[in-house]
Design a binder for this molecule. Structure first.
Ligand code: PMV
Ligand code: MG
Length: 369
């Protein structure tokens, strides 16, 4: 039996701008996991998780390709991950086997409300890892990320794939997305084999693992109301043309702000990191005002105000509209009063830590900031 886990993620800075290739974001992986278990099977395979109410749904292969009846398929990310990895395995000359796959998730709370920690990204990385392990193939964080990005692109994801970078590289990362059109072009015209494509330098892609300053403390507040990143990103994209000049200015300012923030992070200068968080918050607020997309909800505004009163630097995390907010403190600062003030407003402190395993290669993919 094979088991593989991938951590959830949280955006710290650079949201929305990071949808544009080459725009930096700061993201972390957290110690909440999705775990995939694989067991060899004979004539057909199955997939089972809470997404299918615990029922095992069968799958087979047609013309050598993974096949699950679309009407049975609540697992689009898993199904596409299997297809993409199997295309790669066939190219490497492997004979494909059947397996039963089970998914367990810690990325939702007990009544099934999501925290916004990126379950679609983590489930993709965990599935790809489990299959590669099943075939005894060694992998790096870069290979996991690239296979996962191809998977999400083939599902027409409108995201930046930063969740995939965090779930595969783990820890703290500086990230910027590759040119989507470049990859789409290669995938449609088959100009390179899969193996070549995975070894290729992807234009504008940057994933740089970062060491956190020792005296930096990250706190996470959960508003309790779930938000759909996909819908928020769609709304922002609908507004983008109307905001033309403003949006380009937003990108320039976000680029400068997040680059400075990352530089301060590397220097271990917490005060400058905090200033960067505050500036990024105000850039996102002005984007929300201009576009009408509700990024910082009332609950997130309360979360930030309470944190700022306690001398933390706070902002919404990710697409906003609910989910989580983050706060950066210097280690010695008192946080308990903030946590109890949060509780009075119905905001829950998620007691999570940044997560990183030493067991695979996390070599950076460098790019220009
Ligand atoms: O809401 P989250 O944590 O899934 O973050 C979304 C961040 C965006 O920049 C708005 C979208 C993206 O895919 O990068
Ligand atoms: Mg979110």
């Amino acid at each position: 039996m094979i088991k593989a886990s991938a951590p959830g993620k949280l955006y710290i800075a650079g949201e929305y701008a990071v949808l544009e290739p080459g725009q930096p974001a700061l993201i972390v992986a957290l110690d909440q996991f999705i775990t995939v278990t694989l067991k060899q099977a004979d004539k057909q395979g199955s997939i089972c998780s809470r997404y299918s109410n615990g029922i095992s749904i069968p799958w087979t292969r047609r013309n050598g390709k993974f096949y699950m009846d679309q009407r049975d398929n609540p697992f689009s990310y898993i199904a596409s991950s299997v297809s993409i990895v199997e295309t790669y395995l066939k190219e490497l000359g492997y004979t494909l086997k059947y397996f039963d796959l089970t998914i367990e998730s810690e990325l939702d709370n007990k009544d099934g409300r999501k925290y916004g920690l990126g379950s679609s990204g983590a489930v993709t990385i965990a599935t790809i890892k489990a299959i590669l392990k099943f075939y005894d193939i060694e992998y790096t964080a870069e290979l996991l990320y690239k296979l996962a990005a191809i998977t999400h692109l083939s599902l027409n994801s409108n995201g930046s794939f930063g969740d995939l970078a965090a779930s595969s590289y783990e820890g703290w990362i500086a990230y910027s997305c590759f040119e989507r059109d470049w990859l789409i072009n290669h995938l449609t015209h088959h100009t390179l084999t899969f193996t070549e494509l995975l070894e290729e330098t992807w234009p504008k892609l940057m994933i740089e693992p970062l060491e956190s300053p020792e005296d930096l403390r990250l706190l996470i507040g959960w508003t309790g109301s779930p938000a759909s990143t996909t819908l928020l990103v769609d709304s922002m994209q609908d507004e983008q043309d109307e905001m033309n000049g403003f949006y380009r200015e937003f990108l320039t300012k976000s680029h400068a702000c997040v680059s400075n923030l990352i530089a301060a992070f590397k220097d271990g200068n917490i005060r400058d990191v905090q200033e960067g968080i505050r500036l990024n918050r105000s850039l996102l607020q002005s984007l929300a005002n201009k576009s009408g997309v509700d990024i910082e909800t009332q609950a997130l505004r309360d979360l930030c105000q309470i944190a700022e009163d306690a001398h933390g630097a706070a902002k919404s995390s990710g697409a906003g509209g609910g989910d989580c907010g983050i706060v950066i403190f210097k280690q010695e600062e008192e946080i308990l009063p903030m946590v109890s003030a949060w509780e009075k407003k119905g905001i829950m402190n998620l007691p999570l830590q940044v997560y990183k395993t030493p067991d695979i290669s996390h070599k950076a993919i460098t790019g220009d900031l």
